[in-house]
Ligand binder design. Structure first.
Ligand code: NAD
Length: 515
């Protein structure tokens, strides 16, 4: 009997952040005629680790709802040694350390307490909580998995898959011997204390220990993580090892005093600036006096702003998660950095409230007259609508995935140039590689050495991408694009992906597949 094969209409894949981000991959794979099996290998991650980390959350004081304040208006104030007992959190809550209550004179009614100069609070008993955690290992054909750790309330499997794949492309573009990964915890870090975040970090690394290592998977800082978090991860991983110093390269982005690299802190911002310099040279554009908008004033945004301001650019507006500041003559960037990053009062590390600048709305931010826009916050910020209203000549993507496919189309239609994230923000991972090398060799390079290597690396890879985009196969002392040009011109994002995929595909084609 003949078995009839049922005709099935191909299922249309639901559009997600991942499928949207992979549009560029598939477009570039088509253009180079990628081997179908290599395409399959690269179109999904090698491993998706999804797990939970638990934490004993401390007791809290949470501000009382305004409508309940009337009922407690006669509640006497309690005398608490605030310095020791109450630890302020960026979200307005306080962690309540019970030990300090021993010497306090307190009045509590229905769980409500009045703290002098701060108002009425509800006491909320601490309890264990669990948080969803991820580590997505996308690809390791070129070297150990490599990618940042993000702590944020809106992370998801889809997002980490996207960011992990992006690391695979980026490490290939930077031509460093790493693959791609990304991970983190779904949490709002502003609602937790330093000690709580430390416990979670240790627990996260504890659970992942067997999947991490200097030759296996190497985390780095990303949104809401920093050198301190990397130090905790390193300690957790190396504790108990017979030769702990041999494993320092298990994380990068460490403090320079414990095996970090000079120049790493500013490397991502510095890489963005090197790309902008190349764009300016290609276009005969004068950077001195150029007007710049920066979105996000964390590691990447503030470093890029500082370097550009020192080069004579005017940073005219900065937007972050809590507000926007604008000064048409240019903001005093060193003062803004101090206000945001060296200011214990500024728990949210925000630009909002910065004196000497006007507060404007986010939608006004996008429309400020400027030459260059550097998105250095989260993904998906420049969509079609934002693409329509920005008044810049160049978007240099400091953040990962800040422009949606719609945004791309609109910017291209308006002839606004774009330096895609996978080259623009590759400075961070490039110096992470230098850090890893220094760890392996037990060396410490100077900042000048790191920066001059970084400059050569970013500018030569940028030149390759520009040649692919313009279809100008060229060989110079520092780069040779003849292998990569396709005989047609392309947009910069597709050109960057072509460079990544050709470098990655070579491994599969030359090494073959293990069976
Ligand atoms: P960070 O945590 O130091 O700073 C993030 C900044 O973004 C903060 O100023 C925050 O206020 C702002 N922000 C958050 N949500 C926002 C919103 N909805 N609107 C406006 N601003 C918002 O993070 P970072 O390390 O500077 O990373 C920023 C971006 O750069 C991320 O996309 C990250 O993946 C990417 N990146 C970082 C590195 C690195 O070395 N740190 C390397 C490559 C790429």
């Amino acid at each position: 009997m003949r078995v009839m094969r049922k005709e099935s209409t191909p299922k249309k894949e639901k559009s997600t952040i991942y499928t949207e981000a992979m549009e560029t991959f598939h477009r570039a794979a088509d253009l180079i005629g990628m081997h179908p099996r290599v395409r399959l290998e690269l179109s999904e991650p090698d491993f998706e680790h999804i797990f939970y980390v638990t934490l004993d959350v401390r007791d809290r004081l949470v501000p009382l709802d305004e409508e309940d304040e009337e009922r407690f208006k006669d509640l006497p104030a309690s005398s608490v040694k605030a310095g020791e007992a109450l630890e302020p959190l960026a979200n307005g809550d306080f962690v309540l350390h019970r030990r300090a209550l021993l010497a306090a004179d307190i009045t509590v009614r229905e769980g409500v307490i009045r703290i002098p100069n701060r108002g009425l609070f509800v006491m909320v008993k601490g309890e264990p909580r669990k948080f969803k955690a991820y580590r997505i290992q996308h690809n390791q054909v070129r070297g150990p998995y490599k990618g940042g750790i993000r702590y944020h309330k809106d992370v998801s499997l889809d997002l980490f898959k996207t960011l992990a794949a992006e690391m695979t492309w980026k490490t290939a573009i930077a031509d460093i011997p790493f693959g791609g990964a990304k991970g983190g915890i779904r949490i709002d870090p502003q609602a937790f204390s330093k000690e709580e975040m430390e416990h979670l970090t240790l627990r996260y690394m504890y659970k992942l220990r067997n999947m991490m290592g200097p030759f296996l998977d190497i985390p780095a800082p990303d949104v809401n993580t920093n050198a301190e978090i990397m130090a905790m991860m390193m300690r957790q991983f190396t504790d108990g090892q017979r030769m702990p110093h041999a494993f320092r390269g298990v994380v990068t982005g460490k403090d320079v005093r414990i095996g970090g690299s000079e120049g790493r802190l500013k490397a991502t911002g510095q890489g963005v600036v090197f790309c902008i310099e190349e764009w300016a040279r290609d276009n005969g554009f004068q950077l001195r006096g150029a007007r710049v908008l920066v979105q996000g004033f964390g590691n990447v945004g503030s470093a890029a702003a500082e370097i550009l301001a020192a080069m004579g650019c005017k940073i005219v507006a900065v937007n972050d998660a809590n507000g926007t500041v604008h000064r048409d003559q240019g903001l005093d960037v060193p003062a803004l950095v101090k206000y945001v990053h060296d200011n214990p009062e500024n728990l949210k590390k925000t630009v909002a409230g910065f004196p000497g600048a006007a507060a404007i709305s986010k939608s006004d931010f996008w429309q400020v007259d400027a030459d260059i826009l550097i998105p250095a916050a989260l993904g998906g910020e420049i969509d079609g609508n934002v693409g329509e209203i920005v008044k810049v000549k160049l978007v240099a993507e400091g953040a990962n995935g800040p422009t949606t496919p719609d945004g791309d189309r609109v910017l291209a239609g308006r002839k606004i140039d774009l330096i895609p994230d996978i080259i623009a923000n590759a400075g961070g991972v490039t110096v992470s590689y230098y850090e890893w090398l220094q760890n392996q060799r037990m060396e410490h390079w100077t900042e000048q050495e790191v920066n001059s290597r970084l400059e050569r690396a970013i500018k030569s890879n940028y030149a390759l991408i520009r040649d692919i985009a313009r279809d100008r196969p060229t060989k110079t002392m520092t780069h040779d694009s003849r292998r990569y040009c396709l005989g047609r011109t392309l947009d910069m994002r597709t050109a960057a992906m072509i460079l990544a995929l050709k470098r990655i595909e070579a491994h599969y084609l030359l090494e073959g597949f293990s069976q």
